[in-house]
Design a protein around this ligand. Sequence first.
Ligand code: ADP
Ligand code: MG
Length: 431
Amino acid sequence: MTQIQKSITNFGELGLAPKLLSVLETNGFIHPTPIQQQAIPFALQGKDVVGIAQTGTGKTLAFGLPMIQILSRNKGQGLVLVPTRELALQVEETLQKVGRSIGLQTVVLIGGAPMYAQTRALRNSPHIIIATPGRLMDHMEQKTVNLQNVKIVVLDEADRMYDIGFAPQVKQILRAVPSDRQSMLFSATMPTAIASIATHSMKNPVRVEVAPVGTTAKLIDQAIYMVGKELRLQLLDFLLEKEPGTVLVFSRTKHGAKKIASAIRNMNHTAMEIHSDRSLAQRRAALSGFKSGAHRVLVATDIAARGIDVTGISLVINFDLPNNSEDYVHRIGRTGRAGASGRAVSFASPDERGVLRDIERLIKKPLPILALPVLPPKRPQSNSAHTMNHEPRVHSHANHSRPRWGNNQRGGGNGQRTNKFSNPRHARGRY
Ligand code: ADP
Ligand code: MG
């Protein structure tokens, strides 16, 4: 691990160009976060970097700023690989916030959107390509993208990118990029087994670790309710009644997300759901409505666990525990971002104590168990619940049209689940 001098407190001291500094100032970014302080100087030197820092601590600009600066001075393209469409769009937004005024051109390659518009944008040789692996592979197969000019590759949420579903695609993509590239990996978590695969193709990478892997964001108050499935909706009812702020509810399955969202609407709260059975338009509407406050609650699968930056989420509820401890860190990391505080409560069944212990081992702290409050009565099922769902009227057709676009998340919810891991493409649809 690299030590840095504590005296660095301004972006100006990191080696960034005056133009970028003034854009940062305009955006209100004065002091670099610890990961930015430590990673940017190495990245600007062209070094390969593995950056580990807690959720919500500014990793996007930690790779984005040096990438923009290097590409503005040298010919060549940058490639940012991310696990979800939402994160791709968000990364582009962040990069453009800084790069727009200096003429940065970007393209987002994600499923659910037409190939042709992306192909057209690719013809203009944008400086940075931001892509999910599935859609990028579709472009590679159709020879509508050429990765020969890529000089910098970033894997955001790198451990996720190398897990069972994405690894074969990521490897294939990296084989298509010249080997003399600069590579950077960023995440809040990095299981050892994945780290060794992920760094395999890197050149003597500098590991910048602001906090030990798995450390949760500082100001998130975490707790557990031991509660069986039959009481969870009533507990959710209780918590939503008590919490006036924005709430993100995680469900392990798409079907669960749909049911929970409908139940929440039946409790007279505004809610939408986001998972891979929804169309891109529906997913964007759900997230932007949540950001704007049009609906207070968002119910999501782990598709929203990684990277998504929504200001001011006050409470994250794990309606069920995630499949692995890393996802727990990322899920609760949707609150407590950029120095804000937040709360995360998780529902666990008595037979999941082992899962809880694994999480505690990763985050290196105990999770307090709260006593169940007196719960409100079970709500009668409302037939009109679904009619309160103000979403674009495209839902029932979404599944059928997706494969046409070489969708990034295809394979879920249409009978292909049984062998999703045998074919990496099917693994895309699991959320
Ligand atoms: P991470 O990738 O580490 O989870 P993000 O890059 O999404 O975090 O950034 C989290 C939030 O912090 C964003 O809203 C971003 O605008 C803000 N942020 C990033 N860098 C700074 C900074 N230097 N000063 C203040 N806020 C920042
Ligand atoms: Mg991030």
